[in-house]
Write a protein that binds this ligand. Structure first.
Ligand code: SF4
Length: 379
């Protein structure tokens, strides 16, 4: 009997929540960034194309199985309804992923893990073509890539990938400030970020650049904000996506914090950094804040049109009383508030006030260390 399972990697971007996940490489070929714990201790591996194709065939078999059950159970092929039922009773993660993908419309696929671009172009093209042939409902295929690898690809190779069906690349830019990139051992320079990013934009592949707010710490926050904006202005990607630094003990950055080489910025300092960053952006990107680590997730918009609106949200936060700001921070970090308007939602506020009382051990002030610990749960 066929085993309805295939290999999955550990993560995908938040925007790929309903994507079919196909693991084309394992782990990260660089694996040295100080702020990243994801693949530490794991060895990078390219997967043979035949093995990846087998996984795609299994994904199709699971899809067909869900369709078959749908007919047999009297849902008349209503695959979305069937998929939602399968979600509650999946035999394994792969089955769950296919059901979730079908539930989301069955149109998107994400190729894992950290740097798919490192595959030989001809092999990646073969995988993308096979995926589209086998599962023709797929209209959008996206993946992660490193700027350094993109910078090394020939423009014709990226154009070939686009033609084959690679719709979007998600790149971890993190920062555009060279001393910070070097300190964090990102393995790329600002100039390489620009070359890699421009090549992707020019190939037609949509580009999503991730920025890590707070990465400069108290030592380099200004330069981080300004130089990152400058690099993005040069690249002019389709999307700028921000996340906020959160740490855990598996990150090398933790040792730097403990030895006082790196001082973490507080939430309020990071908001000041985000303000400086946005002020310096002169590009046409969509600014997206789709990560729960961000304090003000409502700062989103199309640049340059919405810049004023985005900065006004920051101003609204910064002009709240110290007590209101502290209340909001806790509300965000315990996952109760979504945006500033929630401060006026009495039931939510009640929950936050109780949490503040608990976390501050009675003095109504939650210290930064506790806030950092709360954030750890999100990564
Ligand atoms: S390149 Fe990406 S996945 Fe690899 S170590 Fe750096 S941040 Fe982590």
């Amino acid at each position: 009997m066929m085993e309805y399972s295939f290999e999955l990697g550990p993560i995908r971007p938040p925007s790929e929540a309903y994507s079919l996940l196909i693991r084309v490489t394992r782990n990260c070929p660089w694996n040295r960034c100080k702020f990243c714990s994801l693949y530490k201790g794991e060895k990078f591996q390219l997967r043979p194309v035949a093995e990846i194709k087998q996984d795609i065939e299994t994904a199709k078999a699971i899809q067909d199985k869900i369709k078959e059950i749908s007919w047999k159970s009297g849902y008349g092929g209503n695959i979305k309804q069937m998929a939602s039922m399968v979600l509650n009773n999946s035999p394994n993660q792969a089955f769950y992923n296919v059901a979730l993908w079908l539930y989301g419309g069955g149109e998107n696929a994400f190729l894992q893990d950290a740097n798919t671009l490192i595959m030989r172009t001809s092999e990646l093209v073969e995988v993308i073509r096979f995926l589209k042939e086998t599962l023709p409902s797929i209209k959008r295929i996206t993946s992660y890539g490193r700027s350094k690898t993109a910078a090394k690809k020939k423009p014709e190779e990226l154009a070939e990938l686009y033609k084959a069906g690679l719709s979007r690349l998600h790149i971890g830019l993190e920062s555009g400030y060279d001393p910070l990139l070097q300190y964090m051992d990102k393995g790329v320079t600002a100039a390489e970020h620009i070359i890699g990013g421009r090549k992707i934009v020019e190939s037609g592949i949509s580009l999503s650049e991730y920025v890590l707010l707070g990465l400069g710490g108290r030592e380099m926050w200004r330069e981080h904000a300004i130089e990152t904006a400058k690099v993005l202005n040069e690249i002019d990607p389709d999307f700028i996506r921000v996340r906020t630094l959160a740490t855990n003990s598996r990150m090398p950055l933790c040792d730097e914090v403990e030895s006082s080489n790196f001082t973490r910025s507080t939430d309020e300092e990071i908001i000041e950094e985000e303000k400086l960053f946005i002020e310096h952006l002169e590009c046409h990107s969509n600014y997206v804040s789709d990560h729960i680590t961000n304090l003000l997730q409502e700062i989103e918009g199309k640049l340059p049109r919405d810049k004023g609106k985005m900065l006004a949200i920051i101003e609204r936060f910064q002009t709240l009383s110290a007590q209101e700001r502290a209340n909001f921070r806790v509300g965000r970090r315990i996952g109760i508030y979504r945006n500033l308007d929630d401060l006026n939602d009495a039931p939510r506020r009640e929950v936050v006030e109780q949490a503040i009382h608990r976390l501050s051990k009675g003095n109504n002030e939650v210290d930064d260390k506790t806030m950092y610990t709360l954030m750890e749960r999100f990564i």
